[in-house]
Each structure stands twice: as C-alpha cells, then as structure tokens.
Design a protein around this ligand. Structure first.
Ligand SMILES: [Zn+2]
Length: 486
C-alpha cells in the first residue's frame, strides 16, 4: 500500500517535471498568454494591417550622416497569409525632398509567396526580385508579434538562448521553415517589444533588421501593436501607425504573379567598352556605368557601382583595355548605396579609393564591417583600405592625361565628385543629369554650378544614361520642374 502510494507520487512529480516549460519555452508561452492565448494565436489564418507612416532614406540621403529625407506613406496595407507563408505590401509614398521622379506620389506593391519575391509596377508588370530580397521578406512576415509567437510555438520550431537584457526577456527562434529571429518581450507585461532578424546588406554587411512594437490594442480578441518602428542597425528606416487591423479577414490574392514565378535569374553583368576620346572609355551595360581613364603609367576607374558582381566585372574589363598599365585608382561619384556598392570590391582588388572627403568615414567603416552572412570579395580576400578624401577642386595630371575632380554639393547629394576633362571637353557625372529622362529635378542647379566655372564642355557623360551634347543638357536643365500638387 505504502509502496503503491510512493509510485503514484513519483509519477506525479515526473509528470509535473515533463510539463514544466523550459526557460526558452516560458518566454514564448508568456508572450502568447499576454497576446491573448496560444490556442487563439495558433488559430489565426490571416492578418491584414492598414495604416500610414513615414519612411526614411537609408543610404540615399544628402550626406552619409543625414537622416532628414522622408517619404510620407499613406494607404498602406500589409496582408499576410500566416500559415501559407505569403505576404503582400501595398502603399503610396510621397517624397518630402527633391526626388528623382519629382514630388508626385508613387504607388508601390511588393510581396513574397514561398521563396518567390516580386514587385508589381504601377502599369501592372510584375518582376521577380533577387532571392536575397525575397528572403528578407520571408523574415519580414515574422516581424509582428502574432506571426512571430505563432511560429515560435510550432512544434517544429527550435528555441534557444533565453536571456534577460534590461527590462526585456529574449529568445532566439528558428522557425519550421528555417528562418531565424530573436523575440524580445517586456519582462513585466510579457508583451513582445521587438523582433530582430539578421541579414546581409551589400554596403553594410551583417545588419540587424529590427521592428519595435508599441501601443497595443485589441484585434479580434488578441493584443496587437498599432505603432511599429523599423530599423536597420541604428538607422530608423520606417515608422507606421496601424489604423485598422483585421484577423482572419480577406487578404485578396496573395499568389505571386505568373510573370514573376517564371522569370529566369538575371544574366551575369556585361560590360560594353566604348572609346569616348583618346584615353577615355565608357564601360557601359546594366543600369550603372563606369568610365576608364588612361594616365601615363596607370589607369583610373570612375565608379564601382551596385555590388561585387557588377564592380568585379567592370574592373576585370578595365584591365583588358590596356593590360600594360595597372588599374590603381577608383574615383567614386557619391556615397549613395547603389554607387558605392562596389567600393569593397575595389578595395579587394587593390585600388585606392578617391571620394569626396564627406564620404571617407563611411567608406572606412564599410571596409571594416563584418560580412559573415554573405562573404563578399573583401571578406574572402581582406586588404587594408586606402581612401583619399577630396575637399576642393583637385587636378590629377601627367604627360598623358589631365582630369579635374570637383566637389559638388547639390540637392541630390552634398558629397559628390564630378570629373572634368579639359582637353577632351568631357564632363562625367552621376545622377544629377540623366539625358532623355522624364523630369530633370537636379539638372538646373547643376547647370548653375557649372556656369560659375570656366569650363568648355562638349559632352556630358552620365553614369546612368547615354552621353549627351552640352546643348541638350542646357535645354533639359532649363525645363520647368514639377512641383507638389498638395
Ligand atoms: Zn545618387
């Protein structure tokens, strides 16, 4: 009798021990309870958030340190098929600064369906985005407390590294489909405070994408945040206010458009060489071009844009133009991430970087940052960065070539370099004038700046469009620019 009682007691103790949550499970369970209960969360099929907010301009503001350029976001709608792993985001954004396409609002539609990420243009044309972008969007599905906690409570999810930091408890989560994130909850209220996932940024390397949650309100029996703030490392990229949230409502069609599904991967970069003048070549192809300049004993490249793939192809092609002279220098037009995405590739290839002095600190930092998630050329072949800042008009000249580099501060960027070739009467610039465009937001101020100098220019060589005669530049720079209608 006594023996039987002892066994029963032992069984009860063991059962209790088995049912006891691990510390990592406890954090997730606490979050689920605070949000409205694990079963209710697990029953959620769709989530539709509508609202408005502000986006910032990471990597594209007027200086590397600036954060004043914003877009006002309206009519934003994020629809998530929670179990199906599909999401579509639609919004309208209006720039509050002088923007390429002018001040008119732009409608943006993007989504992810399984592993297929896509954008839909205003004319309805769908394009597939690179897999890296699609992966960020897959992780983005979990940047909401309900989707994150639901995924963390899945029997196939792996939880690890429970910890307390300040007033938060944190746990690392690997979802059933292999996406990793860190969930942080308030140690007192147990409501999720933020969600972090790591990703690769071409320019910045390993970065943390963070969404902070605040102002929880009831949504169909669950607590759901109505203020979401997104950051990439320390840079705030967006702030949204949710004005309507619907659980298990109609998401509309979340399937990836057929054109995006069947799109083939982008072809490797091509570099087309065109001689502009004796000793100056246009290295064109793709959306961003470069210029190669021949000095007496070396070659200088202008622009290593976009990423490793583009910039390594451009540098390799530049070396073929005159194999007897080494390519030793890279002139960077400005810090914008699409124009500096190949800075690290140029450093890995041993080139000295020449840029506006306002970009030196950024590029020195870019050269040092870890790229462990997607190791790039510099991560695989570390080299010390040699970066020269230009703060005033500077002439690089020898027996073969004269090139003047001019710092230019305009509404597009305040830390630009423009290259002028007095003998060939060429001027090389990025972004401030794209011949044949629809609107010319930056060309007028640029023309005024050039008028102050004693230049004789026959042709403008843009790094985004085809070279154009000076007369065409003057004509297009003089066109009225559109102004905001509201
Ligand atoms: Zn730019």
């Amino acid at each position: 009798m006594r023996h039987t009682r002892f066994l029963a007691l032992l069984a009860a103790v063991l059962l209790a021990a088995c049912a006891q949550a691990t510390p990592e499970q406890q954090i997730v369970n606490d979050a689920a309870a605070a949000l409205g209960g694990g079963e209710r969360i697990f029953a959620v099929r769709t989530l539709v958030l509508e609202g408005e907010g502000t986006q910032y301009n990471l990597g594209q503001d007027v200086t590397p340190e600036a954060s004043g350029q914003t877009f006002t976001v309206t009519d934003a709608r994020q629809a998530i098929d929670v179990a199906g792993g599909r999401m579509r985001v639609e919004l309208t954004r209006r720039p509050n600064f002088t923007f390429f396409q002018g001040p008119q609002p732009q409608r943006q539609v993007n989504g992810v369906d399984g592993t297929v990420g896509y954008n839909v243009a205003p004319n309805g044309a769908a394009t597939r985005v690179p897999d890296a972008v699609a992966n960020d969007r897959r992780a983005g599905i979990f940047h909401h407390p309900i989707t994150a906690v639901r995924a963390a409570r899945d029997a196939m999810a792996r939880l690890a590294n429970p910890r307390t930091e300040g007033s938060e408890s944190l746990v690392d989560v690997t979802t059933a489909n292999g996406i990793t994130f860190t969930l942080a909850i308030d140690a007192t209220t147990k409501l999720p405070t933020r969600l972090m996932s790591r990703t690769d940024n071409t320019n910045l390397g390993d970065v943390v994408m963070e969404t902070r949650f605040a102002d929880y309100q009831d949504a169909g029996g669950l607590q759901s945040p109505t203020r979401l703030t997104q950051r990439v490392d320390d840079f705030t990229t967006a702030e949204y206010r949710v004005t309507k949230q619907t659980i298990d409502g109609d998401t509309g069609d979340l399937a990836a458009p057929a054109d995006a599904v069947k799109a083939s991967p982008p072809p490797p970069p091509t570099v087309a060489v065109e001689e502009l003048a004796r000793g100056i070549w246009y290295l064109a192809g793709g959306s961003h071009h470069s210029v190669l300049v021949e000095f007496a004993d070396h070659m200088t490249l202008i622009e290593s844009p976009q990423n490793d793939a583009r910039s390594l192809a451009v540098i390799a092609r530049a070396r073929e133009v005159n194999p007897n002279k080494p390519v030793t220098e890279l002139v960077n037009s400005h810090h914008h991430f699409d124009h500096s995405g190949g800075i690290r590739a140029a450093i890995a290839e041993g080139l000295t970087i020449i840029t506006h002095q306002g970009n030196v600190a950024l590029f020195e930092n870019m050269a040092k940052r870890p790229h462990t998630i997607v190791p790039d050329a510099l991560a695989k072949n570390p080299k010390p960065a040699m970066i020269k800042g230009i703060g005033q008009d500077t002439t690089l000249s020898d027996s073969s070539m004269t090139m003047q580099l001019l710092p230019y501060s305009g509404p597009h960027s305040e830390t630009m370099l423009v290259a002028y070739f007095p003998r060939e009467r060429l001027l090389v610039e990025a972004d401030v004038y794209n011949p044949g465009g629809q609107v010319f937001m930056f060309a007028g101020p640029f023309l005024e700046e050039l008028k102050k100098r004693n230049f004789r220019i026959d042709r403008i060589v843009p790094l985004h469009a085809k070279p154009a005669p000076w007369a065409q530049f003057v004509k297009e720079a003089s066109l009225p620019v559109p102004t905001a209608t509201n």
